[in-house]
Design a protein around this ligand. Sequence first.
Ligand code: APR
Length: 262
Amino acid sequence: MPEEGRQDRAVGQAAETLNAARLVAVFAGAGLSAESGLPTFRDSGGLWEGHRVEDVATPEGFQHDPVLVWRFYAQRQVDQTRVEPNAGHYALAAMEEMFEDFLLITQNVDNLSERAGSRKLVKIHGDLMEIWCRRCEWKSVLEQPVDPGSLRTPDNLPRCPACGSLARPGVVWFGEMLPPAAIERAISFTVAADVLMTVGTSGLVSGGYGFTDYVRGHGGKVIEVNPNETYLSDQADILIRSGSATALPAILERLRLLRSRA
Ligand code: APR
């Protein structure tokens, strides 16, 4: 079968699988925001280019050079204000109300899903606009991006108003625990979900945290939306090899068609 026909069939199968589901989980990664113009981590030209992961995404990197790390995240805060959600974000937001329950589990720290209207979501890697104290329990949400140009010395960096120590960007770094409440919510949803749709994630980080196993463990189905093969592809029942800004609206359209015929 020509490639186009194969993809079209996979989209149809995905819509039918979703149509039969009551509880639907989505596990999203950087690929979801790629077509909005935010770079992914591991594709060529990815975000880490020019920065070693250890320098900007580990507690040790922050300890060593907090100015570099704060400037890196301040720039990402600015970058997300310059881009818009894409059709994939909007399709996921529209799917929210089409099932008995739905949860978007996102590794993305950008705000594009929220800006597209997603409300049933859990951010397991934190949020670019959050700021956390390193010493006490203080956490807050910034209203405006920090100006990267204002961050020149450790004295200019954001500080905790409660205890005065250096504050850090509110994202989870390598070697750190995931926020317990967020990961518990994600696990308790996936252990019961009928379908898990993985979207734009390589699955490299901790094998997707076992979400595919939880869903398959009780006979649930896995749909993968990704132009490339991933570490999770082996576990997918349906593979849709195209970008999420094309594939997700196509699935949504087919699903609506099925519902309108019911
Ligand atoms: N649509 C869908 N997927 C895409 C698109 C697209 N338009 N473009 C690229 N992709 C896919 C790539 O094929 C790849 O599988 O997005 C995936 C991006 O993978 P990663 O860069 O590894 O991103 P992610 O899986 O989100 O990384 C997980 O790693 O470093 C950490 O904390 C960081 O949250 C991040 C985590």
